[in-house]
Design a protein around this ligand. Structure first.
Ligand SMILES: Nc1ncnc2c1ncn2[C@@H]1O[C@H](COP(=O)(O)OP(=O)(O)O)[C@@H](O)[C@H]1O
Ligand SMILES: [Mg+2]
Length: 166
């Protein structure tokens, strides 16, 4: 695991709620690099959890994704990315713009996610955590899908500022 990426890389965080994706992105990368569906749902509806706003949130994300990849700006997708068709779409955009697509796989124990879920900004029901567990791909699967590089995180990473990977 080196967690350094060439400029212009599309970095897709993959993992269930409470795995630590947003915290990880926050302490490593500038805020402008990070595209987060929760944020766009909140901007559309005042609620990050309102799934009725997922289509508009996805449209906003796609506009910003293309804007950034076309400029060869490193871009971090901060959502669960647990569905293969979601990942396929992101890989397709990276390919279109001829940018590398890397995945950071948050393969942390369910108990860790449960504990972190309780401190999360928006607590997710336990059945959602369990369903997400079933959807987590392996690093091999991600490589087979077309990611050029996969880093796997299996335990919470220290919260000290790192800012690696610029
Ligand atoms: N490495 C860590 N050590 C301790 N607490 C963490 C760590 N990563 C995340 N947390 C805490 O766990 C909760 C969930 O993290 P978050 O980044 O929101 O997860 P996700 O974006 O994957 O749902 C937050 O309250 C966060 O502060
Ligand atoms: Mg998050």
């Amino acid at each position: 695991m080196n967690l350094t990426f060439d400029p212009g890389t599309l970095i897709v965080l993959v993992g269930g709620s409470g795995a630590g994706k947003s915290s990880f992105a926050d302490r490593r990368w500038p805020a402008t690099w990070r595209l987060c569906l929760d944020d766009y749902r909140a901007l559309a509806t005042d609620s990050a959890a309102d799934q009725s706003a997922t289509p508009v949130a996805a449209q906003i994300q796609d506009l910003l994704l293309d804007a950034r990849l076309s400029r060869a700006l490193t871009t971090v997708i901060d959502s669960t990315a647990l569905l293969p068709h979601v990942r396929a779409h992101l890989i397709a955009r990276a390919r279109y713009w001829q940018r590398p697509a890397a995945a950071v796989l948050f393969d942390v124990p369910l108990e860790t996610r449960r504990a972190q879920n309780t401190t999360r900004e928006r607590v997710v029901p336990d059945h959602v955590l369990l369903d997400q567990e079933q959807l987590l791909p392996t690093a091999e699967q991600l490589l087979a899908e077309g990611f050029t590089h996969v880093d796997r995180i299996t335990a919470p990473v220290g919260l000290a500022p790192a800012r690696a990977g610029r």
